[in-house]
Write a protein that binds this ligand. Structure first.
Ligand code: PLP
Length: 294
C-alpha cells in the first residue's frame, strides 16, 4: 500500500472502520480469495508518490478486506471461537503508541514487570500451585509466548538443554549431537501438529503414544514406552500432555502422567491452547486437576 500524504488520526481511522466499512455481520466468514489473488491486487512496486489518507483507507477495503477471514463473523464456524475484545484492541493501540520493546528487563522494565504480575493474576485465577507463581521473590512465574506452538517449542528446547547438561555431567566424553540422537520426546497421538513440529525443529525423536477409548493419554502406556526406550539405550526427556485436544477436546490424564514424568526426570509440558481459558471457571477447573503433581 502506498505511503500516506496526510496525517491520519486514531479517531479518524476508528470512525472510518466503524461507520463506513461493513460490519462483521455483513461480511461473510471465509475469504473468497484464491491463493495469489491478493498479491495480484497489490501494486507491484512501493509508491513513489504518497496518496491521500482517504485513498489509503479505500485500499484497505478494496485490497485487504477481501482477503481477510472474519473470525468474528456470525457466519464463521471453522476452528473454534477465538476473538479479540474491545479492551484488548485499546490495549494494542496503547502498546503501539508507547512503542514498547520488551526483549529484556532493561529494554523496558515496566513491560517485564507487568508481564510477570499479570501472569501471576492468571496463575491465581487458574488456581495453579504456588510454584508456578512469581510472587515477590521471583520463583516460578510465567512469560508470554506469541503462540501455543512457540510455547511448546520453547519448552522442548529448554528441556533438551537441561537433558544434554545432565547426561554430559555423567558422560563428559559424549558430544551434544551424540546425546541429541538418543533423546526421545513423547506426546499423544491426538496432540496438535505443532508438537510433532517442535520435535522436528528441535532435532529430537518425538514418539506418539496411543490413547484410550476416550482419546485420553493414560499413564501405563507412557510408562511402558519409556521403559522400552530406556532399555534400548535412549534418553526420555520431554513429554507434552494436552488438555483439550484439537480434534475432539479430549483430556490427557495428568494425575497418572505427572508422577511418571517426575520419577523419570522428564520435563512435562501441558498444552491447553484450546481449553485452557475455561479453567478459570470454577465448574471447569477440575479438568486441570493433576497439575499439582506434575
Ligand atoms: C491443542 C492445541 N495446541 C496447539 C495449537 C496451536 O496453536 P497456535 O496457533 O497458537 O500455535 C492449537 C490450535 O488449534 C491447539 O488446538
Amino acid at each position: 500500500m502506498p505511503s500516506c500524504r496526510t496525517q491520519p488520526t486514531g479517531s479518524s481511522l476508528y470512525s472510518a472502520s466503524s461507520t463506513t466499512a461493513p460490519s462483521h455481520n455483513e461480511r461473510g466468514g471465509v475469504s473468497p480469495q484464491r491463493e495469489g489473488d491478493g498479491r495480484l491486487s497489490h501494486p507491484q512496486r512501493g509508491a513513489g508518490d504518497p496518496e491521500s489518507y482517504d485513498d489509503v483507507l479505500k485500499d484497505v477495503e478494496r485490497v485487504i478486506m477481501p482477503g481477510v477471514t472474519h473470525w468474528h463473523s456470525p457466519n464463521f464456524f471453522a476452528y473454534f471461537p477465538t476473538a479479540t475484545s474491545y479492551p484488548s484492541m485499546l490495549a494494542d493501540m496503547l502498546c503501539g503508541a508507547i512503542g514498547c520493546i520488551g526483549f529484556s528487563w532493561a529494554a523496558s522494565p515496566a513491560c517485564t514487570e507487568l508481564e510477570t504480575v499479570m501472569l501471576d493474576w492468571l496463575g491465581k485465577m487458574l488456581k495453579l500451585p504456588d510454584c508456578f507463581i512469581a510472587g515477590t521473590d521471583g520463583h516460578g512465574g510465567g512469560v508470554i509466548q506469541s503462540t501455543a506452538s512457540e510455547a511448546t517449542l520453547m519448552a522442548l528446547l529448554a528441556a533438551r538443554c537441561k537433558a544434554i547438561k545432565r547426561v554430559q555431567s555423567t558422560n563428559p566424553e559424549l558430544s551434544e549431537s551424540e546425546i541429541c540422537s538418543k533423546l526421545v520426546a513423547y506426546t499423544s497421538e491426538q496432540a496438535h501438529s505443532s508438537v510433532e513440529r517442535a520435535g522436528l525443529i528441535g532435532g529430537v525423536m518425538m514418539k506418539k503414544v496411543p490413547t484410550d477409548d476416550k482419546y485420553s493419554l493414560r499413564g501405563p502406556l507412557l510408562k511402558k514406552m519409556i521403559e522400552e526406550d530406556k532399555a534400548a539405550g535412549l534418553v526420555p526427556f520431554y513429554f507434552c500432555a494436552t488438555l483439550g485436544t484439537t480434534p475432539c477436546c479430549s483430556f490427557d490424564n495428568l494425575m497418572e502422567l505427572g508422577p511418571i514424568c517426575n520419577k523419570e526426570n522428564i520435563w512435562m509440558h501441558v498444552d491447553a491452547a484450546y481449553a485452557g481459558s475455561s479453567f478459570i471457571c470454577p465448574e471447569f477447573r477440575p479438568l486441570l486437576d493433576g497439575v499439582e503433581v506434575c
